[in-house]
Design a protein around this ligand. Sequence first.
Ligand code: SF4
Length: 336
Amino acid sequence: MPDEPPRAVPENILELRDVRTHFPIHRGFLVKRQTGAVRAVDGVTLSVRQGEVLGLVGESGCGKSTLARTILHLIPATSGAVILNGRNLGQASRTQLLACRRDLQMVFQDPYASLNPRMTVRAMLAEPLLAHRICGKKDVQGRVDELMRIVGLAPRFARKYPHEFSGGQRQRIAIARALALRPKIIVADEPVSALDVSIQAQILNLLSHLCREMHLALIFIAHDLSVVRHISDRVAVMYLGKIVELGPAEDVIDRPRHPYTRALVSAIPVPDPEVERARQRIVLQGDPPSPINPPPGCAFHPRCPYAIARCREAVPPLVPCGPSREAACIRLDELP
Ligand code: SF4
């Protein structure tokens, strides 16, 4: 991809303030009582600027997808605030929430499952335009054609059904549908992981181009750090429901500070076979702990090669560790 000019720093479109999403666990036959909770998202504070691409990475089960659904208000937050364009979604009325939904759209991992197989692409794209009164019946055809062109598909394909398209084309249609309401922010949950590698680059370039052209913010969720580095301005690394490192994408991936980010980065394959053979991988021992009963103190301590007794005492907060960078580790200054 050719070098593109750096972005200006615009205002925040989305703010998350200490967001927690816990799922209660109930036990008992006649009398049900809560015996615990799955702490899927456990105190996330973040902001996303207009036109910014924020990559969200972490192992499966770390809470990335739950956080995405909490942002979209598909799952209500247990506590904390999700603020979109200055409005707290937790306190918004039904009408206000409906208006906010126009600004906030989602692209899912599996484009086939997210499209209605019984509707033509034209009907699918026209539906939100008419329902939200973005345009009248006589203008809808023109807007559908425009959306098709924006995502790189010929307007004549709009009369086809989803099964008549390839995986990459279906994901383009899903992106066109997300764009239909002219949103301010799109949350894309692993949008390329179900696609062939050759198609992944096309979809990534399309998303990147749309963000620049339409000044659209994007939360890009993935577990592949090389993909995230390619598209993101900033990266947030999640572990067991919390952000453990946050900063500019190149900085975080080229010079990771938190031991968990270091392990993730060390697993990225290098295309040069000699470099790949010579470098040392950090292999984490064991599985991620259960979000039902997270370890005390730093939740990463059972797997951290640098853990000391002090790491078990308190949850480390995110602290500044460089220009626009933060990490949650009490030993940042002592690590090699
Ligand atoms: Fe490792 Fe301790 Fe830092 Fe947690 S606080 S990442 S256990 S060194």
